[in-house]
Design a protein around this ligand. Structure first.
Ligand code: NAD
Length: 317
């Protein structure tokens, strides 16, 4: 395992990225966070402003940029990541996966740094294989409503592999499955949406029959997996996610219970191309990184509800 000395974290002002910045700084590394705050919030990294190891560069990674000083790791997390956000920013989503990946690979190349691409379970599309192993090539609609995100990430993976093959760059690819936890926005993703609806005592909107499944992974576990991959020299994609598979209907029940709300459920139209089943095979992460999730869904949900309550109090206080 290598020790990270100075990391560039693109998308470091976002949900997962800000937790990555926290953990890296805790480990003694320096962090350069690059974000244009198109979907993330400054408040996610405000607490780091006075940290001597933290630098914030407000920039768009689809434009060429360099980072002064040494760099030992580049973590490319910048990208809109929820359906409403990549529907609002379709071209930007394609560009951050294409030009953004190219530009950040070039930063790693200039500094001979390790590079880790944050990819996604969405590269498997609506999977025909279950659970999903890294060897599965996926079932993606290239012109559907999720295509800008799914195809950008598939392109980004191919670009990352091309840099490794062409220049011998030390690269890794982490395929993240639904992560949740504090600092998540109720931006259309199912868990914060249900919690927000339960807190507001309005109906919890269930898309379709609610029998579709997700495997939510608490953000601390996700970040531990990302950083384990970053500290390794593993080149092939690694799934990081929880194997606890829960239907959307059950997620709604648990979220309502955790909030202590009496909100009813309301079924609305299913999202087009919404994956029916989603569960990672994490044998690779377990065998090669010694990683597995540690936080149960009940505990993660309790922590997320508490954080969302606190954030609302902060807004109204
Ligand atoms: P997020 O939207 O909270 O964070 C993304 C950050 O990237 C934001 O702060 C945004 O402002 C920034 N960004 C977007 N475009 C940019 C650009 N062109 N230049 C600079 N900054 C830019 O999303 P997240 O949930 O934290 O996701 C982080 C990464 O992890 C994304 O790459 C996403 O695809 C991937 N991922 C997340 C999940 C999940 O469950 N959250 C699952 C799979 C993959």
């Amino acid at each position: 395992m290598q020790r990270v000395q100075r990391a560039v974290v693109t998308g470091g002002g976002g949900f997962i990225g800000s937790h990555v910045c926290d953990r890296l700084l805790d480990s003694g590394a320096e962090v350069v966070c690059v974000d244009n705050f198109s979907t993330g919030h400054r408040s996610n990294v405000e607490h780091l402003a006075d940290h001597p190891g933290f630098t914030l560069i407000e920039a768009d990674v689809t434009e060429d940029l360099d980072v002064p000083g040494p760099v030992t790791l580049v973590l490319h997390l910048a990208s809109p990541a929820s359906l409403p956000e990549f529907a609002r920013l379709p071209i930007e989503t394609m560009l951050v996966g294409s030009a953004g990946t190219y530009n950040t690979l070039r930063i790693a190349q200039r500094h001979s740094a390790r590079y880790v691409l944050a990819s996604t379970s969405e590269v498997y599309g609506d999977p025909l294989e279950h659970p999903q192993k890294e060897t599965y090539w996926g079932n993606v609609n290239p012109i559907g409503p999720r295509a800008v995100y799914d195809e950008a990430k598939r392109y980004a993976e191919a670009m990352t592999v091309a840099f490794r093959q062409t220049y011998g760059l030390d690269t890794g690819i982490v395929r993240i499955f639904n992560s949740y936890g504090p600092r998540m926005r109720d931006d259309g993703r199912v868990i914060p949406n249900f919690i927000a609806q339960a807190l507001d005592e309005v109906p919890l909107l269930i898309h379709g029959d609610g029998e579709q499944t997700r495997s939510p992974c608490y953000v601390d576990d996700t970040v531990r997996g990302i950083l384990a991959l970053a500290s390794s020299d593993i080149a092939h994609p690694v799934n990081i996610g929880n194997v606890e598979e829960i239907s959307v209907l059950e997620l709604a029940r648990l979220a309502r219970e955790a909030v202590g709300s009496a909100s009813p459920f309301k079924h609305v139209d299913a999202d087009l191309d919404d994956p029916r089943r989603r569960r990672p095979d994490i044998s690779r992460a377990t065998l090669e990184l010694g990683w597995k999730p540690q936080v149960s869904f009940a505990e993660g949900l309790r922590l997320t509800v508490a954080a969302m309550r606190q954030a609302r109090q902060g807004l109204s206080g």
